[in-house]
Design a protein around this ligand. Structure first.
Ligand SMILES: NC(=O)C[C@H](N)C(=O)O
Length: 332
């Protein structure tokens, strides 16, 4: 018998696993779990590893995420008490939210990556991986759902954003704060996100297409109709509290009759309003024409949630209810 934590580590590639492909020095994903673990001191855990994908994270798709979620569920069924996932940081805010919304149970799923590749001075990958192991192994992490650990901070998947393209402190939770820190190799937990009921993952995940459109000054939106035709749903990242140029309103109203159209804020920080502005193209105008309010969910997380719901065949009432619940994002 051993009471050591039983962790399962899955690698997907990303900068944490990159190394130079040529003499010019540009890096590509190449390193496997054994290479990553070789950079850490000996660990007091039972660890199994799976080299799951070897991708730059812009190439991760819903097919990969569905397979990853299944593999994680299998590892949990086989007795894992914590899961660590390494991947590229570019899309970790989306993949972590996907796992958070579709995997149930108490076993923590801890994602991490690196902003500096292993051949740069001061690579952050080993420290981030070590911190992720600390969190995944800590009994306090049970019930946290999926979290992202970077720079000795623990961010809930529902809040986390990559807010800087190069800084090792790139990860923030704009609508909240880190829910914990790693201090002297221990987890200091500050708050616990409210748990979610897991949403179903449909086989149609891979064939569903959700478009995302950012409002931009002076945009006439003439390109929007043909673009929207190829989608099963849309996320509109409006200005500020959820606004678009007035000339887009008739088309958005028409689209919202045909398919779910979710209204988020392109600021990715703060909520969509409900009852402040009344001009054409304002939040009130758009919501009254059938757009669905994303609340505090930023456009990227709103798109992941809409993708999961539409692929599962959720109707408008169900989509509206789940967005209403998810957009409030309360912490207990
Ligand atoms: N820091 C990183 O991991 C960025 C990289 N382009 C990726 O997401 O795969």
């Amino acid at each position: 018998m051993t009471d050591k934590p039983k962790l399962s580590m899955l690698t997907l590639g990303g900068t944490i696993a990159m190394t130079a492909a040529s003499a010019q020095g540009a890096v590509v994903p190449k390193l496997d779990a054994a290479d990553l673990l070789a950079t850490l001191p000996e660990l007091e855990i039972d660890l199994v590893t799976h080299d799951f994908r070897q991708l730059p994270s812009p190439d991760i798709g819903f097919t990969d995420l569905a397979a990853l979620a299944e593999k994680i569920e299998q590892e949990i069924a086989d007795g894992a008490t914590g899961i660590v996932v390494t991947q590229g940081t570019d899309t970790i805010e989306e993949s972590s939210y996907f796992l958070d919304r579709t995997i149930g149970g108490d076993v923590p799923i801890v994602m991490t990556g690196a902003m500096r590749h292993p051949q740069q001075a001061g690579p952050d990958g080993p420290a981030n991986l070590s911190a992720a192991m600390v969190v995944a192994a800590d009994p306090q992490a049970r019930g946290l759902g999926t979290v992202v650990v970077m720079s000795d901070e623990v961010h809930a998947a529902r809040y986390v954003r990559k807010s800087h393209s190069t800084s090792t402190g790139a990860f923030t939770s704009p609508n909240a704060a880190p829910i914990g820190h790693i201090v002297e190799q221990e987890l200091v937990l500050l708050s616990r996100p409210r748990p979610y009921e897991p949403l179903p993952r449909s086989p149609r995940l891979t064939e569903t297409s959700i478009g995302m459109v950012h409002a931009a000054l002076g945009d006439d939106g003439d390109w929007l109709r043909p673009f929207a035709e190829h989608t099963d749903g849309l996320v509109i990242a409006g200005f500020g509290g959820g606004h678009v140029p007035s000339r887009l309103v008739p088309l958005l109203a028409e689209l919202a009759e045909a398919k779910p159209v979710v209204l988020a804020s392109r600021t990715s920080s703060g909520p969509v309003l409900t009852r402040t502005y009344g001009y054409p193209g304002s939040e009130q105008d758009l919501l009254s024409r059938g757009l669905i309010n994303a609340g505090f969910l930023d456009p990227f997380k709103a798109r992941v949630l809409l993708h999961v719901l539409v692929s599962a065949g959720a109707d408008r009432a169900e989509i509206t209810r789940i967005f209403h619940d998810s957009g409030e994002i309360s912490v207990s």
